[in-house]
Design a protein around this ligand. Structure first.
Ligand code: GLY
Length: 334
């Protein structure tokens, strides 16, 4: 009798501890972002400009993290972080997108759910304020994965996604970059100026349920030809997420990221070769991308909360916030 009462008391005590142990066993809530890679050498920006970029990166991290902290999904967290960067004129996505050869803005985006492997992507839209929201709507409310151009915009209207006039995306700084790129091209006779032609925003998150998500959004490359689509909306190149391996968002010279299916390659190395996300990202960026002649970077997040932000360009706008820690951001190769 005494023994059975003791056993029951011990069992009740163990049960009361269970939630605490479960919380400890859970991987840490994590959000990782990038704001584009490229020729980002120290001295490129004034201290005031650097502070502005860092502030916006922190805001994006905190916005995404707040979603995770309140029990929201990794998909909602990455979408919220990207919307904030799309709305900022600082990054090459949404407002502040680079100009095509014809002086227009054509936007690409994608999102992927690591739990279900569902994905949504859009390419070449010109009136959608937040391309990532449309990519999410494609994933959630259509039977397809990708819509392009007029078809994407027709779907956006059906889904009551906010539309804007093309001039909404205009910024003086990007217009100057476009004019400078045209002038440099004329002078050198080169097809594309080699300076900062990339820039993309991306976010990865790990939520309390242990689910990964990834999303990426971009204006593409300065002087891209009408209809050119880069890696950003290509699942497996610009974006990938699978709870079995990792989540990835890419930034860089899209043509190389497409040919090498960079995002999927990182996760395939984790899944099939048993590599850590750090080793897989290192191989893909510093061996495969490098030897192919491409440049840029990736952010990668594992289901256990391990993450890496790796690049072979001079710099990459990037940041991370993990449970129990502050938002950390960086720009250069430090
Ligand atoms: N990585 C962006 C692009 O090439 O379009």
């Amino acid at each position: 009798m005494i023994i059975s009462r003791l056993t029951a008391a011990l069992a009740a005590f163990a049960l009361s501890l269970a939630p605490a142990f479960a919380a400890e066993a859970r991987a840490p809530l994590t959000i990782v972002i990038h704001g584009g890679a490229g020729a980002l050498e120290p001295g490129r920006y004034t201290p005031a400009e650097e502070a502005e970029y860092k502030q916006k990166l922190k805001e994006a991290l905190n916005t995404g993290y707040a979603v995770l902290e309140s029990g929201g999904s990794s998909l909602d967290a990455v979408e919220a972080a990207i919307v904030l960067m799309e709305d900022s004129p600082l990054f090459n996505a949404g407002k502040g997108a680079v100009f095509t050869r014809e002086g227009k803005n054509e936007l690409d985006a994608s999102i992927m759910d690591g739990k279900t492997l569902k994905a949504g992507a859009i390419a070449g839209v010109t009136h959608v304020k937040n391309p990532v929201k449309l990519a999410r709507a494609v994933m959630d409310h259509s039977e397809h994965v990708m819509f392009a151009r007029e078809g994407a915009e027709e779907f956006a209207r059906e889904q009551h996604i906010e539309m804007v006039k093309p001039k909404y995306f205009f910024t003086e700084a990007r217009w100057r970059g476009y004019k400078d790129a045209l002038a440099a091209e004329k002078k050198k006779g080169a097809s594309l100026p080699v300076d900062f032609k990339y820039g993309t925003v991306g976010a990865l998150a790990l939520d309390a349920e242990g689910n990964l998500a990834a999303a990426t959004s971009t204006g593409g490359m300065t002087l891209k030809r009408f209809g050119r689509v880069g890696d950003t909306p290509i699942i497996g190149a610009g974006t990938f997420a699978d709870n079995k391996s990792c989540a990835v968002s890419s930034t860089g010279w899209g043509e190389f990221f497409m040919r090498l299916t960079i995002a999927r390659d990182v996760c395939a190395q984790v899944e099939y070769a048993g590599k850590s996300v750090k080793d897989a990202a290192h191989d893909v960026i510093h061996n495969r991308l490098q030897s192919a002649g491409g440049d840029g970077g990736v952010i990668v997040l594992a289901p256990n909360g391990d993450y890496v932000m790796d690049f072979n360009s001079a710099g990459m706008f990037r940041g991370v916030k993990q449970e129990g820690g502050e938002a950390k951001v960086a720009i250069y190769g430090e």
